[in-house]
Design a protein around this ligand. Structure first.
Ligand SMILES: NC(=O)N[C@@H](CC(=O)O)C(=O)O
Ligand SMILES: [Zn+2]
Ligand SMILES: [Zn+2]
Length: 429
């Protein structure tokens, strides 16, 4: 394995200032920071002048669609999309067909990831068999087979008793339970946010209560069981305040927010399936609460909820289309351009929420620029301006509401597990 020296970079300090930085990678590990090292014939030198060095990004929430939905995405195409976005470690949700609810299926996925992806992929196992909400999986067996965490994402777990039993088990195993919070009995056929837009255009709405009620229930369950509990794709102001309160009382709860919930509201809605996702785009008040929660560190992580769909599934308008938008390739530039540059979020906070934040949620050793950490690294060009064009996506999913957006900031070079896997914006095969 080659040694790699990164020279002339800068990194972002606690005050979001740029400070000079150089780094040495040996055997896939960060072996030195800010030194001058001997360069022999076995050393690759990366001149990172004008680039910002950060840990590789970590996404706790992606959908890779393999097995069963390979027309929408595969482990291979999803991993390439991740690379483009600067993500060196991603966690795949288990709402595939079938769900990985046996050790054999879980091991098969890990094997495929080792073959098809240069980055690190963790796999969630479902909480209930087939995500049907009826029968608990064997959390212990799946945990030993390598389940990164547990989630029934795509659906809420409707029974409090089921969630309680899952938490008791996950707590014993030291595993995170990540929840898509959605109370089905309050949906009444809703499919976008219940608010101004739904009223004005005659759509059935989803009340924030649908999400808040399960967040409230699960925080109580997490407090009772001491199970590490993670709230997926938070979209409501009430949810943020409940998470903040729970943390004050040391309940082991964490939360994530997506780029689309941070940047868009119901005011941006169009009669187009690419604006449909679960949870839905909510009010400006909710969006402001999410930004505030992220700024204050109440929300721990930014996760894309990358949810690729084919054109047909998205061609039936707001009512008939599938839920979900892609996000891996656009997360950093969108948030840098629309939150950091206007002064709404410090750059350090954005980077932490993409690196050390998610690492802490899952207890990972990645996500930090520290000697001894795995060499998952990103070099960013913060001066580069470009246009988001879905035709250029590595992902099979072209379902984005951000088509045509002009953004600043580009992922330039990526090291995953100590190997250079993207350089100058080009994926190295
Ligand atoms: N977010 C979405 O709108 N869709 C996700 C499921 C999910 O994350 O709940 C999907 O799998 O397509
Ligand atoms: Zn979900
Ligand atoms: Zn999801």
């Amino acid at each position: 394995m080659k040694r790699i020296v990164i020279e002339n970079a800068v990194r972002v300090n606690e005050n979001s200032e740029m400070v000079p930085c150089s780094l040495l990678v040996e055997e896939g590990i960060i072996a030195g920071i800010n030194g001058s090292w001997e360069k022999d014939a076995n050393t690759v030198i990366i001149d990172a002048k004008g680039l910002v060095l950060t840990p590789g990004f970590i996404d706790l929430h992606v959908h890779l669609r393999e097995p069963g939905g390979e027309g929408k995405e595969t482990i291979r195409t999803g991993a390439r999309a991740a690379l483009r976005g600067g993500f060196t470690q991603i966690f795949a949700m288990p709402n595939t067909q079938p769900t990985p609810d046996t050790p054999e299926r879980l091991r098969d996925l890990q094997e495929r990831a080792r073959k098809d992806a240069p980055i690190t992929i963790g796999f969630y196992a479902p909480i209930t068999k087939g995500e049907k909400g009826e029968e608990l999986v064997d959390l212990e067996v799946l945990s030993h087979a390598g389940a990164a965490a547990f989630s029934d994402d795509g659906k809420g777990v409707q029974s409090a008793g089921m969630m309680y039993r899952a938490m008791l088990n996950a707590q014993k195993l030291g595993k995170v339970l990540a929840a898509h919070c959605e109370e089905d009995s309050l949906l009444f056929g809703g499919y976008i946010h219940q608010g101004e837009y739904s009223k004005a255009h005659g759509h059935r709405g989803i009340h924030p209560l649908v999400e808040d009620l399960q967040i409230q229930r699960d925080i109580a369950l997490s407090e009772a069981t001491q199970c590490p509990y993670h709230i997926c794709h938070m979209s409501t102001s009430k949810g943020v305040s409940m998470l903040g309160e729970a943390k004050k009382f040391s309940v082991p709860v964490t939360g994530e927010v997506t780029p689309h919930h941070l940047l868009l509201t119901e005011k941006d809605l169009q009669e187009d399936g690419d604006y449909k996702m679960n949870p839905p785009l909510r009010s400006e008040r909710d969006r402001q609460a999410l930004i505030q929660g992220l700024r204050d560190g109440i929300i721990d992580a930014i996760a894309t909820d990358h949810a690729p769909h084919d054109e047909e599934s998205k061609s039936r308008g707001l009512e008939g289309s599938a839920f979900g938008v892609v996000g891996l390739e656009t997360a950093f530039p969108l948030l840098y351009t629309h939150l950091v540059l206007p002064g709404e979020l410090p750059l350090k906070r954005l980077l932490d929420a993409l690196t050390s934040g998610p690492a802490k949620v899952m207890g990972l050793e990645t996500g930090r620029l520290e000697v001894g950490s795995p060499a998952d690294l990103v070099l960013l060009d913060l001066e580069k301006t470009w246009n988001i064009e879905k035709k250029n996506f590595e992902s099979k999913g072209k379902n984005t509401p951000f088509e045509g957006y002009s953004v600043k900031g580009q992922v330039h070079t990526v090291l995953a597990k100590g190997q250079i896997v993207m350089q100058g914006g080009q994926i190295i095969d």
